[in-house]
Design a protein around this ligand. Structure first.
Ligand SMILES: Nc1ncnc2c1ncn2[C@@H]1O[C@H](COP(=O)(O)OP(=O)(O)OP(=O)(O)O)[C@@H](O)[C@H]1O
Ligand SMILES: [Mg+2]
Length: 152
């Protein structure tokens, strides 16, 4: 038996959200999958920018709205998907995301709730909420459940 670990962090600026990403990155193993949940403007892309900066990615990181997935050749590679434009998991199956999950990169998915069915059991779930002022964000991190890896 194991207890699901949840941690809530409140950030007060985009910089703090990016720093949180840098700190979390230290806990991630190659092959990690992060599902980012939260409304428009909640700070998901900002968080990915923090991951990218910590990995030494030189390119500007924006939501991959048209291509759906951006690949950054860092070590480990960063795969950034945004599922805002898909309708459901059927669309997601056509994207080949599963191939990224099998690799050694860090895969981070905005609007992951559009395709929860395809996420591996060991996915980290991060929930972003706007707080009581414009620059406050309440970010809840759910670590993967170890027991979900074993068949039920
Ligand atoms: N504490 C904070 N953390 C993150 N972003 C913040 C914070 N305070 C203000 N912001 C601002 O909120 C916006 C967050 O935008 P971002 O593109 O990261 O949202 P998003 O969740 O990716 O939205 P979308 O679903 O449209 O892709 C940015 O303009 C950023 O400057
Ligand atoms: Mg975004």
């Amino acid at each position: 038996m194991s207890v699901e670990k949840k941690k809530t962090v409140v950030t007060h600026s985009p910089e703090e959200t990016r720093r949180l990403a840098t700190e979390l990155l230290r806990e991630l193993k190659p092959g990690a999958v992060l599902a980012l949940h939260g409304d428009l403007g909640a700070g998901k892309t900002c968080f990915v920018q923090g991951l990218a900066a910590a990995l030494g990615v030189q390119h500007a990181v924006n939501s991959p709205t048209f291509v759906l997935i951006h690949e950054y050749p860092s070590t480990p590679p960063l795969y950034h998907a945004d599922l805002y434009r898909i309708r459901d998991a059927d669309d997601a199956f056509g994207l080949g995301l599963e191939e990224y999950f099998k690799g050694d990169g860090i895969t981070v998915i905005e609007w992951a709730e559009r395709a929860t069915e395809i996420l591996p059991p060991e996915t980290w779930h991060l929930h972003f909420e706007v707080g009581k002022d414009l620059t406050e964000r309440i970010i809840t991190l759910e670590t993967p459940h170890p027991n979900r890896n074993s068949p039920s």
